[in-house]
Design a binder for this molecule. Structure first.
Ligand SMILES: Nc1ncnc2c1ncn2[C@@H]1O[C@H](COP(=O)(O)OP(=O)(O)OP(=O)(O)O)[C@@H](O)[C@H]1O
Ligand SMILES: [Mg+2]
Length: 300
């Protein structure tokens, strides 16, 4: 995808299965919104195609739109219209019959916790309330696929937790969820699959467990040493099971190929050579460490 001459997306390719919660992660300017707008049929790619449930976003945009619920990263709401009227307007746009509309709107408001504020002016809502309203709007047509562009941006911690629970609930209802964020912790206990994008390229994508074992075939430990240890790598030549060592001043990063207990031998060897050990920590195999390994510190 090019904006003029600028290549915003470079041959990205990925697959999201039905029922997945797919976390689309990348720093500012990586190309998340561009990808999402293409999926939501709002932007025609200069090259390439994308399919949602077998329907092409370029050639069958109407069919795609009827299956998706899209929540943009930025949205305004009109003044002088209540929450209920706002949802009713979109229900009308989706041609939901008048008889069914009341129930659909009530269900959506219950799900997104809007009932209490149904008669408030939509423009007067707080950021978090507007986010819920926008999510409610995205749910009006009971979409099979939800595409959410940074839905948690600007929310307070409680609202984030509530949003996460709601998204999980929607996934349990059988919806496929595509959610972008540049905040990893936000996605880590919600997604089962992820894609990491940087400078318009998808660095890695797929099932979290599979990616973890590909990216983390070894166990990584960080050892903090006291004093001025000098270059300690030569001291560890005899220790078995070390896949890789990196040293930055007093911090030693050791990748162990094998059992966790092998780190004991590393520490012992260092101590025997007179190096004092201030701490040993095992790197967690979570989304954050995955992200850091995949992007190799090229990101802020
Ligand atoms: N309409 C446009 N015209 C020209 N360049 C654009 C346009 N929209 C986006 N870009 C550029 O494309 C790149 C990707 O932008 P995009 O908005 O997709 O990133 P993003 O991952 O959503 O970032 P953020 O986390 O800040 O929302 C950026 O370099 C951006 O400047
Ligand atoms: Mg964006």
């Amino acid at each position: 995808m090019h904006y003029g001459k600028f290549p915003a997306l470079k041959d990205i390719s990925f697959h999201v299965k039905q029922g997945d919660i797919f976390g689309f992660i990348g720093p500012n300017g990586a190309g998340k919104t561009t990808t999402i707008k293409i999926l939501a049929t709002l932007l025609e790619p200069t090259k390439g195609r994308a399919f949602i449930n077998g329907k092409c976003v370029v050639n069958q945009p109407e069919e795609v739109r009827s299956m998706i619920g899209y929540m943009p990263d930025y949205f305004g709401v009109y003044r002088g219209i209540t929450v209920r009227e706002y949802l009713d307007f979109f229900a009308g746009a989706y041609k939901i019959e008048r008889r069914r509309r009341r129930k659909v709107i009530r269900d959506v408001m219950e799900l997104t916790d809007l009932v209490q504020i149904a008669d408030r002016d939509a423009a007067s809502l707080s950021k978090g309330m507007k986010q819920r309203l926008c999510l409610g709007k995205a749910l009006i047509n009971d979409p099979r696929v939800l595409i959410l562009d940074e839905p948690a941006a600007g929310l307070d911690p409680r609202a984030r937790v509530e949003l996460r629970d709601l998204i999980k609930e929607l996934a349990r209802m059988g919806k496929t969820i595509f959610i972008s964020s540049h905040i990893l912790t936000e996605l880590s206990d919600m997604c089962n699959t992820v894609g990491i994008i940087e400078q318009g390229k998808m660095l890695i994508s797929g099932d979290i467990e599979t990616i973890m074992s590909q990216v983390h075939p070894t166990l990584r430990f960080v050892i903090r040493m006291g004093g001025e240890p000098g270059d300690v790598k030569p001291l560890l030549g005899e220790v078995p099971g070390i896949a890789q060592i990196e040293q930055a001043d007093n911090t030693l990063t050791v990748d162990i190929d094998g059992d966790e207990a092998l780190i004991g031998a590393v520490v012992q060897a260092l101590v025997q050579k007179g190096i004092s050990i201030m701490g040993v920590e095992r790197e967690q195999r979570d989304l954050e460490s995955l992200f850091l390994r995949v992007t190799r510190g090229r990101l802020a």
